[in-house]
Design a protein around this ligand. Structure first.
Ligand SMILES: [Zn+2]
Length: 228
């Protein structure tokens, strides 16, 4: 930790409010609930982007303790998920089926498939804590650069143009948290007035948000969202 100390000999760590942690945990829990009968691989591949997106975003402000707490909440939730699938089996059997040691890491929630590399769940605690994150200056490299976005969004020209137009309009900033988008951020297009409340599908009613900012907003704007 020493290397993070500033010259003045102190540092400030801001913890995302417990409210934000709860929104994130609720999302994760609802994904697990929606995958009661799904294969472990499907669950892991659905969870991983949510885990890394949230962790990367908060890596600048969060402490390792918060990440570890979230991981242990998730362990409890996943243990119940696993046990529920095998009501006749003992806890030890269930643990062995769904958790394993990979390298130096014990208790990794990961798949076991003959002849294949395990697919593993990304933990919060694995995220590197970064102490400098705000993009300096008043421009984002991602404020509508069409070439960048087409390489990122693949071969969906309509989505690319939409994303690029909105990014230009927002000057590369998320309208919810007002931070510049960074390369690894997961972005989503949001209807400002939710479609379920009559919001239209045109530019005036669209904005780009970080995925977790989108989560926060949709829990507050009265729209109906199901995470699957
Ligand atoms: Zn945001």
């Amino acid at each position: 930790m020493g290397k993070y100390h500033s010259k003045q000999g102190f540092k400030t760590i801001i913890t995302p409010s417990s409210y934000k942690q709860k929104i994130h945990y609720d999302r994760v829990a609802s994904i697990i609930d929606d995958h009661k009968a799904a294969p472990q691989m499907a669950l892991i591949s659905r969870l991983n982007p949510v885990m890394t997106g949230w962790s990367n975003y908060y890596s600048a402000t969060v402490s390792k303790v918060v990440f570890s707490n979230l991981d242990s909440l998730m362990y409890t939730k996943l243990k119940a998920w696993a046990q529920h699938r095998h009501p006749q089996k003992y806890g030890g059997w269930v643990s062995k089926k769904y958790w394993q040691t990979i390298g130096d890491d014990n208790w990794v929630f990961a798949t076991r498939q003959e002849g294949k590399n395990p697919m593993r769940l990304q933990s919060h605690a694995e995220t590197k804590i970064i102490r400098h994150v705000k993009v300096k200056g008043d421009a984002s490299p991602y404020d509508g650069n069409l070439i960048y976005w087409s390489s990122r969004m693949g071969t969906h020209p309509e989505a690319t143009i939409r994303m690029s137009t909105l990014l230009k309009k927002q000057k590369g900033k998320c309208t919810h948290c007002e931070m510049y988008f960074r390369e690894d951020d997961v972005l989503e297009i949001d209807h400002i007035t939710p479609k379920s409340l009559g919001g239209k599908d045109d530019y005036k009613n669209l904005q780009i948000l970080h995925r977790h900012c989108h989560d926060e907003k949709t829990t507050e704007d009265g729209s109906v969202v199901k995470y699957t």
